[in-house]
Write a protein that binds this ligand. Structure first.
Ligand code: HEC
Length: 178
């Protein structure tokens, strides 16, 4: 009798403590997960009218872009992957030397050769940030946007394909396409 009472008391204490601790642990875990998944604050920008299409005249970061880094983002399958759709003749020799990395140049979209002759720097920034602002029906993805998307997988919610600095790096490469 006494033993079962002690056992009962013991079990109650352990059980109750468990009940009290578990939700707070779960909440802590949830908080941690939320922090991990929290979208980075998007840089705000102003859209103006350029000579040909809409334009974002101001740098997103205020930091000059690095064209070598930009090229890396453009051929990275998990980032820009611009060459999946666009031919960039300047990169063809690299495609021959390193076919795995540079893959076959896509033939879905217009070649980017001479893009800097057709558009201003601000217009090119607009195209990389959100091409749909210039060409509403385009299949080109918006690389720096997180709104108006459909069925986004949980871990990608609120995230952009590339970072604001990636946009500036890509741009540093695009302006050389004359
Ligand atoms: C899924 C295919 C696809 C991907 C990936 C893609 N684009 Fe495009 N892009 C297009 C299409 C299609 C157009 C033509 C616009 C239209 O739809 O009428 C275009 C247009 C452009 C133009 C304007 C070209 C012109 O001369 O009018 C630029 C500049 C450009 N893209 C840059 C990029 C960059 C930089 C990347 C990578 C960060 C990229 N694109 C990734 C499909 C793509």
């Amino acid at each position: 009798m006494r033993l079962s009472r002690i056992t009962f008391l013991f079990c109650s204490i352990v059980g109750l403590t468990g009940l009290l601790i578990q939700p707070s642990m779960a909440a802590g875990h949830k908080k941690k997960m939320m922090k991990k998944m929290a979208p980075a604050e998007l840089v705000s920008y102003e859209i103006t009218d350029g000579p040909a299409i809409k334009s974002i005249n101001k740098s997103l970061t205020g930091k000059a872009g690095d064209k070598a880094a930009g090229e890396k983002v453009m051929v990275n399958k998990k980032k820009g992957n611009c060459i999946a759709c666009h031919v960039i003749t300047k990169l063809k020799p690299k495609a021959v030397k390193s076919p795995k990395k540079y893959a076959d140049m896509g033939l879905i979209a217009p070649p980017l050769d001479g893009a800097a002759d057709r558009y201003t720097e601000g217009e090119l920034r607009m195209l990389v940030v959100n091409a749909k602002a210039a060409f509403p029906d385009t299949i080109m993805p918006g690389f720096y946007r997180a709104d108006k998307l459909t069925r986004v997988m949980g871990k990608f919610k609120g995230k952009t394909v590339v970072s604001a600095q990636d946009v500036e790096d890509i741009l540093a490469f695009l302006v050389t396409l004359k």
